[in-house]
Design a protein around this ligand. Structure first.
Ligand code: DGL
Length: 283
């Protein structure tokens, strides 16, 4: 009887440990979600991360909701099959198109997304209830940010601006050259001398332009919101509360659907670390 009890306890413990040491799955259409991966590495250095960048099908932001939903669900299935313990949708477009379906597919595996985190941050930061969001065409057209912000506080006014050229520029590594600066000026000139006090970077590629955007808006009183930090903090809290936190990990593995060398080059430059584990997969 006692032996049976001990082996049952051992089994329970093994299962708990297996769950705790499972990786966190993070995905985006390309390198943008690395802004979230970086924040998670900094906030939760003992967690293993599995990153998926859909480099064969980037950009998502100019595609239909149905297409992005299909891609996002294929990636979710892939990550679940890899045994992730949590999924971070590090793609605003994917979140705007498929959040509910991803949550449903993930079942018991918790899912966090950048739109929820960004909206929460914006509502807590804005003093004048005037927020702007910049994002892909698909994210802007979905109205997902407006909806999420108004669910938190219906008094906040939300302006939106699609900036479709930022994604190809970021994938090219052009985030602070003359072309990037001119593009920023054209897209963001409407926010100069405006009443907004918070600007949400509503695409995970956009934080790569943060220094150049800050330079451009330097004399404005606008708080720039990048949801990467806040999603990383929420992920940590959630893992702790569910007894899923890892104390022995810290590995980073990448999967891409095309061009691993190109992705690796940009990713290593951005993350400031060598990526040893990068594989190409077709979904
Ligand atoms: N970085 C993604 C987002 O947050 C997708 C951008 C794209 O592929 O167009 O929306």
């Amino acid at each position: 009887m006692r032996n049976e009890y001990i082996s049952h306890q051992k089994l329970v413990l093994t299962k708990v440990l297996k769950k705790q040491t499972a990786p966190i799955g993070i995905f985006d259409s390309g390198i943008g979600g690395l802004t979230v991966a970086k924040a998670v590495m900094e906030a939760l250095p003992n967690e293993d991360i599995l990153y998926f960048g859909d480099t064969a099908r980037v950009p998502y932001g100019i595609k239909s909701q149905e297409t992005v939903r299909k891609y996002a669900l294929e990636i979710t299935r892939f990550l679940l099959d890899k045994g992730v313990k949590m999924i971070l949708i590090a793609c605003n477009t994917g979140s705007a198109s498929a959040k509910a379906e991803i949550i449903e597919m993930a079942g018991e595996v918790p899912v966090l997304d950048v739109i929820t985190s960004g909206s929460e941050m914006a509502v807590s930061f804005t003093k004048h209830d005037e927020v702007a969001i910049i994002g892909t065409l698909a994210t802007v057209n979905s109205g997902a940010y407006k909806k999420a912000i108004h669910q938190l506080d219906s008094a906040v006014s939300v302006q939106q601006k699609a900036c479709p050229l930022f994604v190809p520029l970021a994938e090219e590594g052009w985030t602070d050259n003359e072309i990037a600066q001119k593009t920023i000026e054209i897209y963001l000139s409407g926010f100069k001398n405006s009443s907004i006090d918070s600007l949400i970077l509503g695409c995970t590629h956009y934080p790569l332009f943060k220094p150049a955007i800050e330079k451009y808006l330097h004399d404005e009183n606008i708080h720039i919101i990048d949801s990467a930090e806040s999603i990383a903090i929420t992920a940590g809290q959630e893992l702790k509360s569910k007894n899923l936190a890892n104390t022995s990990g810290g590995n980073f593995a990448c999967f891409v659907s095309d061009q691993p060398q190109r992705f690796q080059e940009l990713a290593e430059r951005f993350l400031g670390r060598t990526i040893y584990d990068i594989q190409i997969v077709s979904l």
